[in-house]
Design a protein around this ligand. Structure first.
Ligand SMILES: Cc1ncc(COP(=O)(O)O)c(C=O)c1O
Length: 373
């Protein structure tokens, strides 16, 4: 534990090969870098892979969430019930429409929005539910569906996840936003996709991502408010090329997770990602552990760094971020399960090409740090 390591195992590492390179070069040579044929080609292939009716490519997961919320009718003064244990974008997207994110506590096993807590947070002003499939584990959509409210799914971390009834996450018909940032299962550098069931909803999202221009309108003709949330043809080609080997990349991630699980099994007090249950299957995105109670997280992260292992706190509770505290008066103690998990969680290095040796190095490092000097 004493010697500072020279080679650091990174948190994430995208795997891009010759197929991606060739696909991008082809777009560059085609001269059509945006609003070209690679956009619908990627959308169709993504929807087909997922089993969704339609898909709309967008510039980020956040943009996708924003357009999905608009598509289900969320507007000023509404409330949207969502998870405080998420990346901040899921709550921010609600604020973009001057609606209010209403948080409810999470389930201690899955770390997803707890349906009972969410149900208790519903009021007459609630216009939608926004469950997040955190760390790629399917949120309990069948129960949320029983609540009779429009649903938007934050599936940004959940590509490859499957619900107990066999439906892939994002293919249930509710608008679901995926993210393609560089650490994601599939990446376009920045980018995202919204899957939807209805052709009219696809048309609306396609229009709103493109400054409010309908497909049959002329250039600089706009019949509604829109945004520039387009994804370039370069990015779409990059994503499309990865789709062809997505199953393999997901299997590799699951293999790495299995190695971690074995290497860390039985470490006293350490919380591991929950096992799949009830037919739900995680789409592996990150490997996040909760440090045993009483272990100080920042020193542990520094000690891991000295051993050549990158790690980071992941995720902080949204309601305790300064902006949310100041704007809405949130405070500690509101969502005890989320706060306990958020205070102890760290993400360990995790990517599809991680070797067993690297996993062992991280696990040994973590165990040594937990045992102390
Ligand atoms: C749960 C969750 N929601 C939303 C987002 C936002 O996605 P993007 O960074 O593509 O805007 C992310 C991305 O990290 C995420 O993890």
């Amino acid at each position: 534990m004493s010697e500072a390591a020279t080679e650091v195992i990174p948190l994430a590492q995208p795997v891009l090969g010759p197929e991606e390179e060739a696909a991008v070069i082809e777009v560059l040579r085609s001269g059509q870098l945006s609003l070209g044929p690679r956009v619908p080609a990627f959308e169709d292939a993504f929807a087909a892979w997922l089993g969704a009716e339609h898909a709309c490519a967008v510039s980020s997961g956040t943009a996708g969430l924003h357009l999905a919320l608009r598509a289900v009718g969320v507007s000023e003064g509404d409330e949207v019930v969502t998870s405080p244990f998420s990346f901040v974008a899921s709550a921010n997207a609600v604020l973009f429409e001057r609606a209010r994110p209403v948080f409810a506590d999470i389930d201690a096993r899955t770390l997803n929005l707890d349906p009972a807590a969410a149900g208790a947070a519903v009021t007459a002003r609630t216009s939608a539910l926004l469950p997040v499939h955190i760390f790629g584990y399917p949120a309990d959509l069948p129960t949320f569906e029983g609540m009779g409210l429009p649903i938007v799914e934050d599936a940004c971390e959940a590509l490859g996840a499957v619900h107990g009834d066999g439906v892939r996450v994002g293919a249930r018909g509710h608008p679901a936003a995926f993210g393609f940032y560089a650490n994601k299962q599939l990446t376009t550098g920045e980018g995202g996709m919204v899957t939807v069931a209805d052709a009219a909803v696809k048309e609306r999202i396609d229009s709103e991502r493109n400054q409010g221009r309908a497909p049959d309108m002329g250039w600089l003709d706009h019949d509604r408010l829109g945004f520039n949330y387009r994804l370039t043809d370069i990015a779409c080609a990059l994503g499309h090329a990865q789709l062809a080997r997505l199953d393999g990349m997901l299997a590799d991630r699951a293999r790495v997770a299995g190695c971690y699980r074995e290497a860390l099994a039985g470490v006293e007090g350490l919380g591991l990602p929950c096992d799949d249950a009830g037919g739900d299957r995680r789409g592996w995105f990150v490997f996040v552990v909760q440090l045993p109670h009483g272990v100080e997280r920042d020193p542990a992260i520094r000690a891991l760094r000295e051993l050549g292992v990158q790690s980071k706190p992941y995720l902080p509770a949204i309601h305790l971020m300064s902006f949310y505290r100041e704007r809405f008066g949130h405070h500690e103690g509101e969502f005890p399960v989320c706060e306990d998990v958020a205070a102890r969680s760290i993400a360990l290095p995790f990517f599809s090409e991680m070797t067993e040796g690297q996993v062992a190095e991280v696990a040994e490092g973590l165990i040594a740090v937990l045992e102390g000097p």
